[in-house]
Design a protein. Structure first.
Ligand code: DGL
Length: 276
């Protein structure tokens, strides 16, 4: 049941817009599809500009703004930034540009989850260079809970490695082990997978820590938070309007292959060259 009536009636079946630099954000889309089966999703993966992790703040902001415009033109009622790098660089600006639209990022729900769950100790973060340089996780977590330490390391090889389908093999385990052996990760109680590509290597990360470290992947935390926001805003849907739609800005067969792994099933990827 919706908590309040909106201009679309008590049932708002407009789609939810979700975007990422590529297909990694499909891990978040998958969790949202499972948590909110009555919602239609419109996904946009900016494969023409992948990876965002190495781009300047200004570029990531410009891309995020253009994509949000595209999703709103498709009638989306809320936007989920399914990318940590875009959440770090573009969230505040998008909120300013679109004050009436609920905009959800992947960082804040994860920060709240950690600050509440851990009283003290070390919560580590691995993410792209852009997210690490923004220091968004340490700043926000320590502000909420000053008893926590937040060591962090950029892991720039992981996105291309995962996009190329390298996981659960010797090569991926070697690269993952090398990042996780960092000195500042000694004695961590938890590790945030601060990139939406990383849920695919969650098992390998858990194996490295032999189950002694709580490995946090934000996809399900963000899906639950999205549900809460839709309810609070009175814009949850009771009946799914139509099939989920998936757009990417540059189509290749390899993206089609990888998208199956990220979303857990075959999806129909459509190319939309919004930059032309
Ligand atoms: N999926 C993006 C994130 O969560 C990273 C991928 C990229 O570098 O584009 O930060």
């Amino acid at each position: 049941m919706c908590s309040k009536i909106n201009t679309f009636g008590s049932m708002d079946n407009r789609p939810i817009g979700i975007f990422d630099s590529g297909v990694g954000g499909l891990t978040v889309a998958k969790a949202i599809a499972e948590e909110l089966p009555n919602e239609q999703l419109i996904y946009f993966g900016d494969t023409a500009h992948l990876p965002y992790g190495d781009k300047s703040k200004e570029s990531v902001r410009a891309y995020s703004n253009r994509i949000t415009g595209f999703l709103l033109a498709k009638g989306c009622k809320a936007i989920v930034i399914a990318c940590n790098t875009a959440s770090a660089h573009a969230y505040s600006e998008l909120k300013k540009f679109y004050p009436k639209i609920p905009i959800i990022n992947v960082v804040n729900p994860t920060v709240n989850y950690c600050a509440e769950k851990y009283d003290q100790g070390k919560v580590g973060v691995i993410a792209t260079k852009g997210t690490i340089q923004s220091r968004i996780y340490p700043r926000k977590i320590v502000k909420k809970n000053p008893n926590l330490e937040v060591p962090q390391n950029a892991a720039p090889l992981l996105v291309p490695m995962i996009e190329e389908g390298f996981f659960n093999n010797n090569i991926s385990q070697t690269i993952i082990n090398s990042y996780l052996s960092a000195k500042n990760f000694e004695d961590i109680s938890a590790l945030i997978l601060g990139c939406t590509h990383y849920p695919l290597i969650k098992g390998e990360v858990e194996r490295f820590f032999q189950g002694k470290v709580d490995v946090i992947d934000s996809a399900s935390v963000v899906a639950q938070y999205t549900k809460k926001i839709l309810k609070k805003e009175g814009i949850a849907s009771e009946h799914k309007k139509g099939e989920n739609l998936f757009f990417i800005s540059d189509f290749t067969e390899s993206f089609e292959e990888t998208s199956k792994l990220f979303f857990g099933q075959k999806i129909d990827l459509r190319e939309e060259r919004i930059w032309d």
